[in-house]
Design a protein around this ligand. Structure first.
Ligand SMILES: C[S@@+](CC[C@H](N)C(=O)[O-])C[C@H]1O[C@@H](n2cnc3c(N)ncnc32)[C@H](O)[C@@H]1O
Ligand code: SF4
Length: 492
């Protein structure tokens, strides 16, 4: 195939397994620097055949490009507990075959092999729970040795906080508001000035919703584990409303209470005092980069100096502090990124989260035509952060991946020993039910015995949230009732 694929080649995917079409597309998109999907492109055919005898499934996958190349893989499974697990197995084998075919043909391998999901560590936990050798299973998915080591380290660091109690739940509160929009960001959040007049009403309704969420937790016999106030930028709320919302949360008995303050320009002395008084245990102060020119280019609206000043002030309180960085921001070399990593580590925050730029639809960078896919630069940056954090005594404790990340890499949260953010582990490993409040908040009911996660979303826009009022949390209560009924029925 290398002779067919020169610069960027268009290929048209067809398959007899339409239900896996999107997943096969995702495999092809891993090689987006060489391949582009186009229905008029060179035909690429994926044929999946599976048959079952005595509960054992045999899968055969054949990939053909322009009738010139083919790759065949066949794999037998163990017995499956249900059809969902069986389909997941067939899909995984078929995706890996597509990946391997293209990877061999291009002579290129991706760090996570055929894995395209958000949660590699969750998969590792699942393999282990099924009594499998997770490392061997990841090898079958062509995950590279360094990434298998990283995943294993994270899984090990999670042990002490990994939730196994189905009645422990987290509370998430969404503040989808920012003072301005950063160029790389596609989170759904409104600019404060555009919604300022609605903010008092939003805070009032949100406090009532938090009250209902707290009653729901009691009514269903749950126990609260963590509170996480995210967004957006919660600290972009005016002081009065910020106080109101945190006050509503302050009496709830949680082991961890995070406010993702984030943007240094929104962190004021008053906000820090309020967070301290309301019992917040963890905050973020995020520079993303310690290069002034980069901050200007991505529209952060704060300086490097301001980050250091706000960090120092926040440090005078008792909070655990997290600092976010992003690798592969526009104009940055590995050396520039390394200086940011070193500068942050020198402050010794409790957590450092190293993101890799994801070029997302809806971000100013993407719509402005920015295209930075240098896999080698991305790998060098992420590798530098890993080595520097470990040398400074940090351990990786959670990770997630997104589409369109530079180098198909990952985001990794590092922590000082015993300083894991429990909520981050809960949400990434999907071990814990989450009751979410606020516009755009997504509640999740986790039924681990059934291997099922069900979701309920509050309306995304502030306006719709305000219009719907109490109906939002009435529906959420119904959702939890239905999920519990399904769980109860299964248990009978
Ligand atoms: C939900 S955002 C909120 C943080 C807070 N509003 C701030 O800006 O500091 C959490 C983090 O995700 C990361 N992030 C957001 N968009 C990203 C993107 N497109 N690529 C990589 N990381 C991204 C940033 O590091 C950001 O601090
Ligand atoms: S990165 Fe943070 S401050 Fe910037 S737009 Fe996204 S959520 Fe808002």
């Amino acid at each position: 195939m290398t002779d067919i694929i020169d610069e960027k080649t268009a290929i048209a995917l067809t398959t007899n397994e339409e239900r896996f079409f999107t997943e096969f597309e995702d495999e092809i998109k891993l090689f987006r620097h060489k391949l582009v999907l186009d229905k008029n492109g060179a035909p690429f055919e994926v044929n999946v055949c599976s048959d079952e005898q005595n509960g054992v499934v045999n899968v055969v996958v054949k990939c053909v490009l322009l009738s010139q190349n083919s790759y065949q893989i066949s794999e037998k499974s163990e017995q499956f507990r249900d059809n969902i697990a069986k389909t997941a197995f067939i899909k995984r084998v078929a995706k890996s075959a597509v990946y391997k075919f293209i990877s061999d043909a291009l002579g290129e391998a991706e760090p996570y092999g055929s894995l395209t999901g958000i949660r590699p560590t969750k998969l590792w936990h699942e393999f282990e729970a099924r009594g499998k050798d997770a490392d061997e299973e990841m090898k079958k998915l062509f995950v590279s040795a360094p990434k298998r080591t990283l995943i294993k380290e994270i899984v090990d660091t999670q042990q002490s906080v990994y939730n196994s109690d189905p009645d422990e739940v987290d509370l998430f509160v969404n503040i989808p508001i920012c003072t301005s929009r950063c160029a790389y960001c596609s989170f759904i959040s409104a600019e404060l000035d555009r919604v300022r007049k609605n903010v008092p009403l939003y805070a009032e309704l949100l406090c009532r919703e938090i009250g209902d969420a707290s009653r729901l937790i009691d009514d269903f016999g749950y126990r609260l584990r963590c509170i996480y106030v995210g967004g957006g930028t919660p600290t972009s709320l005016p002081d009065e409303q910020f106080h109101e919302v945190l006050n509503a949360l302050s009496l709830l008995p949680a082991r961890e209470f995070t406010v993702e303050a984030g943007r240094p320009d929104t962190i004021t002395s008053e906000k820090l005092k309020i967070m301290d008084k309301m019992g917040v245990t963890r905050i973020s102060v995020n520079p993303q980069s310690l290069n002034e020119a980069t901050l200007d280019a991505i529209g952060r609206k704060h300086t490097v100096e301001e980050f250091f000043a706000k960090y120092a002030e926040a440090r005078s309180y008792d909070f655990d502090i997290n600092v976010d960085l992003i690798a592969m921001l526009p104009g940055e070399t590995t050396e520039m990124f390394a200086r940011s990593v070193d500068g942050v580590i020198a402050l010794a925050p409790d957590n450092v989260t190293v993101h890799t730029l994801a070029l997302k639809k809806g971000s100013a960078l993407k719509s402005g035509g920015y295209d930075n896919t240098s896999e080698s630069d991305a790998a060098a940056m992420v590798d530098y952060a890993y080595r520097a954090c470990k040398a400074a005594g940090y351990v990786p404790y959670y990770m997630y991946r997104q589409k369109y990340m530079s180098g198909n890499l990952e985001n990794v949260g590092y922590c000082k020993p015993c300083r894991q953010c429990v909520y981050n582990v809960d949400i990434m490993e999907e071990t814990t039910t989450i009751v979410a409040c606020g516009a755009g908040g997504i509640s999740k009911f986790v039924d681990r015995e059934a291997g099922r996660v069900e979701r309920y979303a509050d309306p995304k826009g502030l306006d719709v949230y305000l219009q719907r009022g109490e109906e939002v949390w009435r529906k959420r209560r119904e959702f939890f009732g239905e999920c519990e009924a399904r769980r109860g029925k299964r248990a009978q």
